[in-house]
Design a protein. Structure first.
Length: 68
């Protein structure tokens, strides 16, 4: 699995129907209508997300490696 930046993860989430509920500092909080789940993505310039965090966000959003 290749790592991606927080900015790119935000773009992927938006394409899959997630919307930004709010931004708290450098953390973008996404929600999806009909779901109680919240996904938080840290956006620190162009630095990549760590593998564990990226896996967690992908699992919560239902994203596979092929969607990257």
């Amino acid at each position: 699995m290749k790592t991606i930046s927080g900015k790119k993860m935000c773009k992927i989430l938006k394409k899959r129907g997630w919307i930004i509920a709010r931004i708290s500092g450098s953390h973008h909080i996404f929600i999806k209508e009909g779901s109680n789940l919240r996904i938080t993505v840290p956006v620190h310039s162009s630095s990549d997300l760590k593998k564990g965090l990226q896996r967690l966000v992908m699992k919560q959003a239902g994203i596979s490696d092929f969607d990257l």
